[in-house]
Design a protein around this ligand. Structure first.
Ligand code: M6R
Length: 600
């Protein structure tokens, strides 16, 4: 979703801002812009489309050492040059970029801006015009900014330039992520540390409802009431090479290939001196005190959560519910007496999940966040964090974060089971190692999946994924992968559920990808395949060694039956990848989607 960068220092701001925006491209956007300030004034360049389009219109002869930049993912107003950020106040004195949604912008327009000729359809423009109005009333810029912030309802990360305030960027945030980066003779602003790793690895977290005055020498953080806050910087532990594509054509393929390595990193990260996989004592205590776990997540992370429920109930015997965050927040179930909430989020910034976290914290409940991003909002605001150790995931379609989530959930459930004195027959270190090896085998068999994609998906407009038990949940994730990047309409179903309605959609040649990795349901899923084949479907069975049958299209290596999702998802990720590629879709940046969904 929208991304913000800012630079104030001694060097030319344009290139630093554009490079920063390129690093934020993965978040998803439809237009972009920068504004730079020099002694002549503020120069704004913005364009619909990609950063490459923006680069074409930036006037290289303008030099400036202060600037802000933005990638926009449209919410209020169509993607267009007019609605792209930065936005300026009518006098041109104030220039602003914004990430988030101002919920009361219509009301603010009516109350304060009836006489102002607004230039865009965005909620953002209201903010910059309000700053102008309060400044016209005689307030200093910082005060005018603060007064405006006090009126805003909703989420925002903001960076503001004042043509008349030499070399200052005014920054604020509420619910949307924003960091300040520190350097020698310069400072930067970024939605994500990745954007500014090019110049610094020292960052300061900002909290909601803080105002920050950034100059090239100093960063002053204040609360909305003006009280100054001291906060130490942290070192962003990101390797710049982690966020490069290297020899790969797409991040998605790089990230698919990284999965075996991620499994090994997770084993290392969670292995105790005794060689067992475990988690912090405090987390185990929180789990053991709970009478029910509530897993909250969205999209792919929700699909991982469905598997987490299997692990937590089967291994640790703790009753577990899994909820889609955007529903839970408005339709909360009757909670048990001692609930523990587990948030699963690759980015740690998903607004829907955060809304639940805020709500349950108000109710006094404890939360554990499982995330790939240390220091992310969901991590900071929860009581405990478990890291995924997957390394930066750049492609919008989540792959390695999903398998990392599944593995960490298995480790959590296994550790909880052990701490409860459960009799475990699963040697998780060994079994995860076997799964990592099996993942490697599949990553080395890519051509096979390219061929399967040609055979089954080259002309189709839809595709079904079926499975039973654990395979059903993997099918849901396979369908999400396929639809989000290839735009083929894809749905996952429980094998037994088809005949209760969906089988009506089966026509001659409809591709049905069936997973058969679970012994207990092997015969019944094969029965479901026969039912769809009898109605003309083109079934593609992906089974597991030991359970295979003659017509299976692919057989994955044998792994422990609870860990099959780590391996069986790889064919589905690869099929989605090749389907998108064959259809000339933008694999890493699918239309309408954002990597980090920071608005509800
Ligand atoms: O960062 P999160 O895990 O909280 O994101 C949740 C979903 O937006 C995300 O998993 C989305 O469904 C993926 N892009 C799908 O590949």
């Amino acid at each position: 979703m929208c991304g913000i960068v800012g630079y104030i220092g001694l060097n030319d701001a344009k290139e630093i801002l554009l490079k920063g925006l390129e690093k934020l491209e993965y978040r998803g956007y439809d237009s972009a812009g920068i504004a730079v300030r020099n002694e002549e004034g503020v120069h704004v360049f913005k364009e619909k489309g990609r950063i490459a389009d923006l680069r074409k219109i930036v006037d290289l002869s303008v030099t400036a050492t202060t600037g802000i930049g933005h990638t926009r993912w449209a919410t209020h107003g169509a993607p267009s040059q007019l609605n792209a950020h930065p936005h300026q106040s009518v006098s041109g004195r104030f220039t602003l970029v914004h990430n988030g949604v101002i919920e009361n912008y219509e009301q603010l327009k009516k109350e304060y801006l009836l006489d102002v000729a607004l230039q865009s359809d965005t909620d953002t423009e209201v903010i910059v015009q309000l700053v102008q109005i309060f400044s016209n009333e005689g307030l200093e810029t910082e005060e005018a900014f603060r007064k405006t912030l006090n009126l805003l309802k909703g989420s925002y990360a903001l960076a503001l330039l004042d043509r008349e305030a030499e070399e200052t960027i005014f920054v604020a945030k509420n619910k949307s992520p924003l960091l300040v980066g520190l350097g020698e003779d310069f400072n930067v602003v970024a939605s994500d540390a990745m954007a500014m790793l090019q110049v610094t690895d020292q960052f300061v977290e900002l909290m909601d409802k803080e105002v920050v005055i950034v100059t090239k020498e100093q960063v002053t953080i204040k609360k909305l009431d003006g009280e100054v806050v001291e906060r130490a910087p942290y070192t962003a532990e990101l390797d710049a090479s982690d966020i490069e594509k290297g020899t790969y054509a797409h991040y998605m393929m790089k990230e698919i290939d990284e999965q075996p390595l991620v499994m090994r990193k997770i084993i290392q990260a969670y292995q105790s001196d005794q060689g067992e996989l475990t988690v912090d004592e405090e987390i185990l205590a929180a789990l053991n005190e709970a009478d029910r776990l509530y897993v909250i997540a969205c999209g792919t992370s929700y699909h991982a959560g469905l598997l987490g429920k299997q692990y937590l109930e089967k291994m640790a015997k703790i009753p577990t519910e899994v909820h889609v965050a955007s529903e839970f927040v408005y339709n909360m179930p009757l909670l048990s007496a001692n609930p523990l909430f587990i948030f699963i989020s690759q980015s740690g910034e998903t607004a829907d999940s955060r809304a639940v976290l805020v709500k349950i914290k108000e109710l006094g409940y404890k939360a554990l966040t499982m995330t790939n991003v240390p220091g992310s909002t969901l991590s900071r605001e929860a009581d405990h964090t478990l890291l995924l150790h997957a390394g930066p995931e750049i492609a919008v379609a989540s792959t390695k974060a999903y398998t990392a989530q599944v593995a960490v959930l298995a480790i959590l459930a296994n550790a909880a089971a052990q701490s409860r004195g459960g009799n475990l027959e699963l040697n998780l270190v060994k079994e995860l190692g076997i799964a990592a090896n099996a993942m490697e085998v599949l990553c080395d068999t890519k051509d096979e999946f390219e061929q399967i994609t040609r055979d089954y998906l080259s002309t189709t407009r839809n595709c079904f994924f079926i499975g039973r038990s654990i395979d059903f949940f993997v099918g849901l994730e396979g369908a999400l992968k396929l639809k989000e990047i290839s735009y083929i309409q894809a749905e996952g179903f429980a094998g037994g559920e088809l005949k209760h309605g969906t089988i009506a959609l089966i026509e001659d040649g409809t591709p049905v990808i069936a997973l058969a990795t679970q012994e207990s349901v092997n015969l019944s899923i094969r029965g479901n395949v026969k039912e769809v084949a009898a109605r003309g479907a083109n079934p593609c069975i992906i089974s597991m060694k030991g359970l295979e049958a003659e017509d299976d299209r692919f057989v994955i290596p044998e792994v422990h039956e609870l860990l099959t999702p780590l391996v069986s998802i790889i064919p589905l990720q690869l099929i989605a990848y090749y389907a998108a590629l064959h259809r000339d879709c933008d694999v890493d940046k699918p239309r309408n989607l954002a990597k980090s969904v920071t608005v509800e």
